[in-house]
Design a protein around this ligand. Sequence first.
Ligand code: FRU
Length: 529
Amino acid sequence: MGKIFLACLIVLASVCCKDKEKKGNETAGEGKTQYYQEQYRPQYHFSPEENWMNDPNGMVYHKGVYHFFYQYYPEDIVWGPMHWGHATSKDLIRWQHKPIALFPDAHGLIFSGSAVVDFANTSGFGTTENPPLVAIFTYHLMAGEKAGKTDFQTQGIAYSIDDGETWTKYDGNPVIGNDGIKDFRDPKVFWDTANYTWVMSLVAGDHLQIWNSNDLKSWSKLSEFGKDKGAHGGVWECPDLFKLNVAGTDEEKWILLISINPGAPNGGSGTQYFIGDFDGEKFTTEQKDIKWIDWGTDNYAGVTYNVLPEDYYGDKYDNDPKDERIFIGWMSNWTYARDTPTEKWRGATTVPRKLSLVKNGNDYELYNYPIEGLDKLLEKGDIKELQIAPNGSETITNDNFNQAEIRFTSSAKDFRLIFRNEAKDSLVLLMDSELGVFSLDRRHSGKTDFQQDFPSIQKMPVPELPEGEFEVRMVLDRSSIELFINEGQYVMTAQIFPKEIYTTFQIENDLDSDFLLKNFQVSKIRRTW
Ligand code: FRU
C-alpha cells in the first residue's frame, strides 16, 4: 500500500513537473506566437499593430528600402485626428513598423499625400550627396471645418535628411493655400523627367488639378481635368498620374487613378482610372467608358510607388523597382470601415500589385496582379488536373483556406466556387457566361451583420475574357479574398469575416459538358509577422 502510494506520488510529481515545463515553454514563446494572431488579423498583409489605418501614403523607394506611410489614428480603432504612420520593407512583403512620421500641428491634421526623393536637392533641405526625402500632404484644419468654412484644406511639406527616420515640417507651410474649395487634397508628386520639374496631381472636389514646381515649395497651377469625365457619384480623392508602356510595345500612355467615394460600382468607395496623354501641362483622354481598377468593395485610395529616373541607382540595389509600377490600396470601404469586427487594430492593405497596361483591340486596359515577391511566401501544393462531369462538383479540403492561394486555368466560363467552414458559413463565387458577369456573394460568408450594406453580392462584368484559357487566382487571408482573373484583367478584393477558418472548397460545373481545370494548385501562404 505504502509503495503504491509512493509510486502514485512520483507519477503525480512528474506529471506536475511536465505540466510546468510545458507551461514554461508556452509562456516563453508567447510573445512571439501570440503576435498578430487575433482572429481576423491579416497574416501576410500589412496592418498596423494597433488602432486605425486608412489610405496608403508617401510610397517611395529609397536606397534599397520601400517606405510605406499610411493614414493613422494612434488613439482608437475608428478614424480620428490623422497622423502618418510609417513602416519599411526591403521586399514589400515583410514590414517593419517605425515610429509615427508626421503628427498634426497648428495647420491641421495630416491627410493623404506622397513622398519623393529630392535627388537633385531642389528644395535645399539636404545636399546632393544626401538628398532629402520630401513628403507632400494635405493639412486639414478641424476648427475651419467646424466653423463651416470651405478653405480648411491646404497643402504642406516635410522633409527627412536621415533616410526617413525623422521628419521636420517646412516652416513656410502651407505651400499651397486654399481659395475656398471644400475638398482640396491628396497631392501626389512625381519628377517629370521630360520637363525637368516636379508635377503634382491634386483633387478639388469633382476634378483634378495639375500643378508644378521647381523646388517643391513654390507651386503654380497648370491645368484642370475631369469635371465632365468619368464617374462623379462622389468626391474625387487620392489621384495618381504616371506613365506606362503598353505591354510588349514602345507605346507610352499616361494613367490617371482617381478614387471616388461614394459612387463605386458595388457601392461606397472605389478607384476609377483614365488612360490618356500628358504633355507636361494637361492630361487628356479619349476614353468614353468608366474604368475601375478593382470591382470588389475593398480596394480604396490606392496609389503607386514613386520611381526615380530610371538609372538613378544603377545596379546598386537588387530590389530596385526600376520602372515597375507597384500599387497598394487600403482594403476597406468608407461605407463600413468603422464597423468591421476587429478590436485591437482596424484596417489593412491589399497585397502589393504590379500594374501593366494592355491593349486589347482598340481598348487600353490597366491590369493589376500580385508582385512576384508574393510567390516567395508560397508553400506550393501539387499541380493537378481536375475534370468535373456535367453539372457535377468536386470538393477539396484543406486545414486552412484562410491563408492560402488557389490557382487554376480554364476556358470554361460557367462555374461556381464555394468556400465553407464548420460554422456553415459560405463564400460563393460565380462565373456566368450568359450574363458575362463574375459575382462574389459574401452574404453568408461569416460575420456580416455589423453594418447593413456589408452582406452583399458584388458583380463584375467580364466582357473581354479570352476565348481560350485564362487563369483564375485567389489569395485568401484571415479576413480577405483577392481574386485575379486572367492575370489581373479582372480583379475583385473583398473583406470577409468567417466565424471559423474555411476548410472546404467546392467547385461546381454549371455546364452540360465537362469542366476541365488545368494547373489546379492549392498553396499555403506563409505568415510574415
Ligand atoms: C480617402 C481620404 C482622403 C483623405 C484621407 C483622410 O480615404 O478621404 O481623401 O486625405 O482619407 O484620412
